[in-house]
Design a protein around this ligand. Structure first.
Ligand SMILES: C[S@@+](CC[C@H](N)C(=O)[O-])C[C@H]1O[C@@H](n2cnc3c(N)ncnc32)[C@H](O)[C@@H]1O
Length: 216
């Protein structure tokens, strides 16, 4: 198992891993692997856009000194569980609006001490921002038409220093070519003073998705 440029993330060849915070437990059927008494979970880029982002060349360092993460669109906690592994000293606030999906997220959080699940609509950050407080890293993965507005409002409400928007192009519009949609979203983030970095295409793992980092 080799260390990567991202703290808490390891690799064997092209496969990414995180050190399992709950040894013996696989969260979504991912492979577990033990080396020198430490157990690792394979981080599947076909199941996690953040893993796809790393696999496709995310700039390093991505999360230096991060102590608080706000994750929007947590679903069952697939990606959140790997952030929980990779950043054991950080608190991950995981927002999800769908009650059926929230139940397994809640169960996951009960078994890990650094996940705070929040049942809420990410379009209304004022409902949870005071409880969350300022965050070091914002990650957003919600298939909504107004993804850029949701990201900007959460970044402002929780004073996010940096973040990554997993932009699902076809949720914004079906009418415009993908590069126009990306350019428009970049412009909106830039105009909000968020300082957008290089975009990373998430294909082939998540087609028509681009990760836009801010604050780098
Ligand atoms: C693609 S899934 C996220 C997968 C997850 N990020 C992962 O990698 O493990 C998108 C999730 O966003 C949630 N979602 C969509 N709109 C939302 C909103 N406005 N507020 C909070 N969650 C939302 C959906 O219910 C769904 O569970």
């Amino acid at each position: 198992m080799d260390a990567t440029e991202w703290p808490g993330v390891y690799r064997i060849g092209r496969d990414l891993y995180t050190r399992n915070a709950v040894p013996g437990e696989s969260v979504y059927g991912e492979d577990l692997r033990s080396e020198s008494g430490t157990e690792y979970r394979r981080w599947d880029p076909w199941r996690s856009k953040l893993a796809a982002y790393l696999a496709n060349g995310a700039p390093a360092p991505l999360w230096p000194g991060v102590r608080t993460v706000l994750y929007l669109g947590a679903a069952h906690g697939t990606t959140v569980s790997h952030l929980s592994d990779a950043l054991p000293d950080a608190m991950v606030f995981a927002v999800e609006k769908s009650p059926p999906v929230f139940a397994p997220l809640l169960a996951l959080a009960r078994r890990r001490r650094n996940i705070v699940p929040i049942l809420a609509d990410a379009q209304l950050p004022e409902r949870y921002a005071a409880d969350v407080g300022p965050v070091d890293l914002l990650v957003q993965d919600v298939a909504q038409r107004d993804q850029s507005r949701i990201y900007r409002e959460n970044a402002a409400a929780c004073r996010a220093k940096r973040g990554i928007l997993m932009l699902k192009i076809r949720s914004v519009t079906q009418r415009l070519p993908p590069n126009r949609v990306v350019r428009q979203s970049r412009h909106e983030l830039d105009a909000a003073g968020l300082k957008v970095g290089e975009g990373v295409d998430l294909g082939p793992f998540s087609r028509e998705h681009v990760a836009l980092s801010t604050g780098v």
